[in-house]
Write a protein that binds this ligand. Structure first.
Ligand code: PLP
Length: 426
């Protein structure tokens, strides 16, 4: 049998850093990345045969657990009919119909192959539809790897954004204005400085890429009002929160309607899918009806559509989200109690099946709060749990994910291990 160490060494000869998505390399926590051989229900098993209760959930998609029988059956059926056509298939329409039925402002959908592509295309659509160039995003929010979105705040309140990655031209980054999440004044001042220049404001309505942060009362409503006032499209990036905090996403949970939504993760059920949705008046600006170009060889791929449809069918069962949220709540309460008993400053919280933990006394309200936590303790806790067979995301700035396959046995096991792990932090 092979080992994780052997496989990581081998991978580094042919894959950049041994991985195909940077965070998988464990740089934020140190140590040995695990190579997964299989996954089933709430569990992943690595190449050494070590089993883990999985709270990574492929970073969000696996809301019904791994290898769900219905999802696998539909994928196998679809595979038997061919892997890709490059021509329309009916499942694309069916999945779009489901999304249109669930999201009040969505009349038209365009599928992509990733969340990155959805966010990137939504940006181009917003710029094309408004004829404006500048955009607003928030520090700490992540929208995939499109150039315009790999931008951080420059120095000074009203400064233009600066690239957060090499390879992003400053000329492009200057069109991205960066505000602070949960700080409406930081947004208002950007609008006032550029009243007729802002094409869209893109936000994770419930951020999950700077750990899990709750929108402050009135914050999302305030964004809606500002966007309407300044003729700017409000884009909710629901790639993570969509079908995860509630069936109708963060917008159902908070009652605020964006102009355009980006989806991904859960709608692909573990296959590569993203989507943009919005009213026909905006969406029809896209090719072939409009002059905003957008296309993809594998977009609406039949296998991916089949996995997405099966997953949506499962999470649409009455009471699914109430059960998911209640059970996730038991885990969160238990984690908080275990930390308290061990005298460790720690706070976990959740919205539906999306959860977060920070090593500080309070759940974070801002990006600064997330950065202020004790990351040394996070790393120690992460590894203590991993050694005990519980796999949390390998980064202190990420959310973690609960699935309907996580039952009492998995929660009990996790909490037993957490008690020992918290004690070990002293
Ligand atoms: C994961 C994520 C993306 C990017 O999706 P990919 O499928 O990884 O390209 C975009 N936005 C948010 C909010 C995400 O969580």
């Amino acid at each position: 049998m092979t080992t994780n160490a052997v496989e990581f060494e081998r991978a580094q000869h042919v894959l950049v850093g041994g991985v195909n998505s940077a965070v998988r390399a464990f740089r934020a926590v140190g140590g040995q990345p695990r190579f997964i051989a299989s996954a089933d229900g709430a569990y992943m098993t690595d190449v050494e045969g070590q089993r883990y209760v999985d709270y990574l959930g492929s970073w969000g998609p696996m809301i019904v657990g791994h290898s769900h029988p219905l999802v696998l059956e539909r994928v196998r059926e679809a595979a038997g009919r061919g892997l890709s056509y490059g021509a329309p298939n009916v499942m694309e329409t069916e999945l779009a119909e489901r999304i249109v039925a669930l999201f009040p402002q969505v009349e038209r959908v365009r599928f992509t192959s990733s969340g990155t592509e959805a966010a990137m295309s939504a940006l181009r659509l917003a710029r094309g539809a408004t004829g404006r160039t500048k955009i607003i995003k928030f520090e700490g929010c992540y929208h995939g790897t499109a150039d315009s979105l790999l931008v951080k705040a420059g120095s000074g309140m009203l400064a233009f954004g600066t690239p957060s990655s090499a390879g992003v031209p400053a000329d492009l980054a200057q069109h991205t204005l960066v505000a602070q999440y949960n700080d409406l004044e930081s947004v208002r001042s950007l609008f006032l400085a550029h009243p007729e220049e802002i094409a869209c404001l893109m936000v994770e309505p419930i951020p999950g890429n700077m750990n899990l942060v709750r929108p402050a009362t009135g914050f999302l409503e305030g964004l809606r009002e500002l966007c309407t006032e300044f003729g700017t499209l409000l884009i909710f990036d629901e790639v993570m929160s969509g079908f995860r905090v509630a069936l109708g996403g963060a917008q159902e949970w908070c009652g605020v309607q964006p102009d355009v939504s980006a989806f991904g993760k859960v709608i692909g059920g573990g296959m590569p899918v993203g989507a943009i949705g919005g009213p026909a008046s905006v969406m029809d600006k896209m090719a072939p009806l409009g002059n905003v170009y957008q296309a993809g060889t594998l977009s609406g791929n039949p296998i991916a559509m089949a996995a997405g449809l099966a997953t949506l069918e499962l999470i649409s069962e009455p009471g699914f989200f109430d059960r998911l949220s209640a059970r996730c709540g038991v885990l969160i309460k238990g984690l908080n109690e275990a930390a308290k008993a061990a005298g460790v400053a720690f706070t976990a919280h959740h919205i539906g099946g999306m959860a977060g933990m920070v090593f500080s006394e309070h759940s974070p309200a801002s990006y600064a709060d997330v950065l202020a936590q004790d990351t040394t303790r996070f790393k120690a806790f992460f590894h203590a749990m991993l050694d005990r067979g519980v796999y949390f995301p390998p980064s202190a700035v990420e959310a973690f994910f609960f699935s309907s396959a996580h039952g009492e046995a998995e929660i009990t096991y996790t909490l037993e291990q957490a008690k020992a792990a918290f004690q070990s932090l002293h």
